[in-house]
Design a binder for this molecule. Structure first.
Ligand SMILES: C[S@@+](CC[C@H](N)C(=O)[O-])C[C@H]1O[C@@H](n2cnc3c(N)ncnc32)[C@H](O)[C@@H]1O
Length: 222
């Protein structure tokens, strides 16, 4: 019973935290046409079934460790601040490894005009992201239904890895997959660093995510 009340208190705290971030986001990005358009389309697309419910429902159908499919999301403001900090532009090609609603890539393409490829294993996320892309007319964003632990990763200039909850085995496999990244590419990984023999750590940041503050590692392929 005590645990139940602790869970309710945590959920309530998270709701307050997200509301505060949403206010900040509106203050900072609310004046941009691309942001208002993106939020309108995302709300419409996930109106009947939110991303968390969609991800939960997929767990029974996909044979990956359950922890790999725990859902959490990059907030649009975090994506915007991170991409601004790194200094990307239209010449960049982002590879988002496990996209969910693909907010990171959607912000990158809408606000910075770069190209993005999203790899996502859950078919419903792929379908919905394609709908969002079509509604916004973002022809530089490509979504592929793929298991990123098996399929070769495309060549990009910036890789985004949100493996916070991944099992050790999956994280090791993803690290091996990252050998395909060209020298000079940037990788942003949450919670866990990539192998320092192949990736030089440039910077460590702490940024807000849907679940709370998270460590973000920015690395360069050597
Ligand atoms: C924590 S969510 C992050 C989503 C997104 N990158 C973001 O930051 O908002 C991780 C996503 O990776 C997807 N995923 C997990 N394992 C995968 C795999 N082996 N191949 C492709 N996608 C995977 C999950 O379905 C989920 O949508």
């Amino acid at each position: 019973m005590k645990e139940y009340f602790q869970l309710i208190a945590l959920a309530w705290e998270n709701k307050k935290y997200r509301r505060r971030l949403r206010r900040l986001e509106l203050e900072k990005l609310g004046g941009f046409t691309w942001y208002r358009g993106l939020m309108r389309v995302l709300q419409r697309t996930y109106r009947w079934r939110g991303a968390f419910a969609l991800s939960r429902a997929s767990r029974r159908k996909i044979s990956l460790p359950e922890s790999d499919l725990i859902y959490g999301e990059t907030l649009p403001l975090t994506a915007y601040d991170l991409l601004t900090h790194i200094g990307i532009d239209h010449a960049d090609h982002i590879v988002e490894c496990g996209g969910g609603t693909s907010v990171f890539s959607l912000v990158a393409v809408s606000a910075f005009g770069c190209r993005a490829t999203v790899l996502e294993i859950v078919p419903d996320f792929v379908k919905k992201t394609r709908e969002v892309v079509a509604r916004l007319g973002l022809n530089r964003l490509h979504v592929k239904q793929a298991d990123m632990l098996v399929e070769p990763l495309p060549e990009g200039t910036l890789y985004y890895l949100t493996g916070t909850t991944f099992s050790d085995e999956s994280w090791k496999t993803l690290q091996r997959q990252m050998a395909a990244a060209p020298v000079g590419a940037t990788a942003i990984s949450l919670s866990v660093q990539l192998d320092s023999k192949a990736w030089e750590l440039k910077e460590t940041l702490t940024l807000p995510y849907s679940w709370g503050e998270n460590t973000v590692f920015i690395q360069k392929r050597i």
